[in-house]
Design a protein around this ligand. Structure first.
Ligand code: ATP
Length: 306
């Protein structure tokens, strides 16, 4: 009975947490993906972050032993650079970000930040060093200002506005009758996917972490919103070590390096033009996406004309 009571208690706790609707996807990640087996050693030191270089060394990982997901993945994101991970759905892209946050640990291999194995440092210090712009941000039932300040509670009014400006959401906020005090979320103003993403970007700019994980939206945004978000993402990633988990390919063109993950291995790597010229997996993904985008645009146009 005791054995049963513990997980039930845990489920109850998760349920209450979710019910509060005080969830943004970062937290959701933390709550749902929290793996109780991952504990810090009592004497684990804090991560000492300098320039924030990230290195995966022959990482092997499976959620379930019978089904390997990563089969020896090695790459480096040099400090301040941007590396994008692309690959078919289910290839293991998001798994790499979960391992970087240490929601799971590799069965073999190591992940290093500035030369320190993340398995040996305190999880709170690790997560403080990494900012996440998720694909879909669920907002708190509070004001839009609160939702941005969540990145750093002691931020000044000037910093708040500056972050909103960099994230290209300032004009939208200022056009609202109550400005930064406008209630948002379930019980307030409903924001579009693109607006929510810009709130998440503003929050991350305010947090100012040295390392960033951008989980690119799966769904297609209209091209104006996509350009605005792209500008905001370029600003937030400038000078920070950035790992882009690219479910679509629109943000990868300017990455310093693109890694193509397929069946748990990196099968191609290089920048956009090198990979296109190679005419391999990346070129095929790129061409397919272009065709899909063109078909979508043609459909939109036909609908507008009808
Ligand atoms: P997409 O582009 O579709 O989001 P992805 O490349 O990000 O895909 P991952 O989310 O990393 O893929 O998942 C890789 C594989 O691991 C998938 O087959 C998925 O079903 C499996 N998987 C993901 N999370 C878990 C989990 N918690 N337990 C078991 N299997 C999982």
């Amino acid at each position: 009975l005791v054995q049963l009571a513990v997980p039930l208690n845990f489920v109850g706790m998760i349920y209450r947490e979710i019910k509060q609707a005080l969830i943004d996807i970062d937290d959701m990640f933390r709550i749902l993906d929290q793996n109780p087996e991952i504990a810090d050693r009592p004497d684990a030191p804090a991560l000492r972050v300098g320039s924030g270089s990230v290195r995966f060394e022959d990482v092997r990982f499976a959620y379930n032993p019978s089904r390997p997901i990563l089969r020896g993945v090695s790459f480096e994101v040099p400090a301040g650079r941007t590396v994008a991970i692309v690959g078919p759905s289910g290839a293991g892209k998001s798994t790499l970000s979960r391992l970087l946050f240490r929601f799971y640990e590799p069965q073999e291999g190591r992940i290093l930040i500035d030369g320190q194995d993340i398995a040996g440092v305190r999880q709170d210090s690790l997560r403080a060093a990494i900012g996440m712009v998720p694909q879909d941000t669920v907002l708190f039932n509070d004001t839009i200002g609160y939702n941005i300040r969540y990145g750093r509670w002691d931020a000044s009014e000037t910093d708040l506005r500056e972050a909103a400006r960099s994230a290209q959401i300032d004009r939208f906020i200022e056009s609202l009758p109550e400005g930064y005090d406008t209630p948002v979320g379930e019980r307030g103003l409903k924001l579009s996917g693109g607006e929510k993403q810009r709130v998440a970007i503003a929050r991350t700019i305010l947090k100012g972490p040295p390392i960033l994980v951008l989980d690119e939206a799966t769904s297609a945004l209209d091209s104006f919103t996509e350009r605005e978000i792209q500008t905001a993402l370029d600003r937030v990633s400038r000078g920070r070590t950035t790992l882009v988990i690219a479910h679509r390919l629109s943000t990868v063109v300017n990455a310093d390096e693109i890694l193509v993950l397929d069946h748990g291995r990196i099968v191609e790597r290089g920048d956009h033009s090198t990979l296109l010229a190679r005419d391999g997996v990346y070129a095929a993904l790129w061409n397919r996406q272009r065709q899909e985008d063109e078909a979508r645009k043609a459909l939109q146009q036909a609908e507008e004309e009808a």
